[in-house]
Design a protein around this ligand. Structure first.
Ligand code: 2HA
Ligand code: ZN
Length: 267
């Protein structure tokens, strides 16, 4: 079979973007072994030639019905595959799937039968939620940033909006480029429907959700933007930790100054 990348320029572009971000996640030290996962919704952008590809593996039940992504097409990182390998050889370490017309299962359609990420239920449930609410967000990135995960081990930081506000106050960029802050999903088993639902419960209010003692999950129009929000939050966490390691509590930008920024930059 010819690669889907040769018959569908939009898919080729999206996969190239995924590979670039996968490399960043590895370089950041956020992607140990197979840690983290990325999916992109290609349903609107896929060429007709890609849409009509036949399954190359038996269908897999999703475990729930996802009505808003019936027939949808997604690029998914493969389960047990390494981010650093996804960066170099995306079609050996990820695959393109199509959700069935009843929204209950999916089949791999290209290029190779690489089984999708262990967090597929979260990713597809999130895409279903985003399409259902008319969002233009098409990318979901999950990764394990050391600083942010460390902060989630402090119960005091898990109170609603406490950590998000603290991170906003470390540097103006974070307020500007992660304007919806940081939601918190309580610890749940990786790959579980419970984790999927706890994440979706945060997405009305937030674009980035902390998975307590595990990682973060970010949604945006494309993978680059989803990565940037995590990177910005991590920068703030680094500033906080650096100040603490120098022996003082960082003062933080005052609520008044942050309010001013919200006003001036129309956040
Ligand atoms: O794919 O990060 O959460 C490995 C993980 C599971
Ligand atoms: Zn993870």
């Amino acid at each position: 079979m010819d690669s889907i990348l040769n018959i569908c320029p939009a898919t080729a572009k999206a996969v190239n973007d995924v590979a670039e971000v996968a490399g960043y996640l590895w370089q950041k030290g956020w992607a140990e072994r197979n840690g983290g996962n990325i999916t992109v919704n290609l349903s609107d952008s896929a060429a007709d030639a890609a849409r009509t590809l036949q399954p190359i593996a038996p269908p897999t039940p999703i475990g729930r019905t996802l009505p808003h992504i019936k027939g949808g097409i997604f690029f998914c990182k493969g389960t047990n595959k390494r981010m650093r390998d996804l960066a170099r050889y995306p079609m050996d370490n990820g695959s393109v799937i199509r959700v069935s017309d009843d929204g209950t299962n999916y089949s791999i359609i290209a290029d190779k039968p690489v089984k999708p990420t262990s967090e597929i239920i979260s990713h597809l449930s999130i895409h279903n939620y985003l399409v259902g609410k008319g969002s233009n967000y098409r990318a979901v990135v999950h990764t394990h940033p050391i600083d942010l995960v460390a902060m989630s081990h402090n119960p005091a930081f898990l109170e609603k909006d406490l950590l998000g506000t603290l991170l906003w106050s470390m540097i103006p960029e974070t307020r500007a480029f992660c304007p919806r802050g940081l939601g918190i999903a309580p610890y749940a088993l990786p790959g579980s429907a419970e984790l999927a639902d706890a994440t979706i419960a945060q997405l009305d209010e937030y674009d980035v959700v902390m998975w307590e003692k595990h990682g973060v999950c970010s949604v945006s129009e494309n993978v680059g933007e989803a990565f940037d929000m995590i990177d910005t939050l991590s920068k703030s966490a680094q500033i906080y930790l650096t100040a603490k390691s120098m022996g003082f509590e960082p003062e933080g930008i005052s609520p008044e100054k942050m309010e001013e920024m919200k006003r001036v930059f129309n956040l």
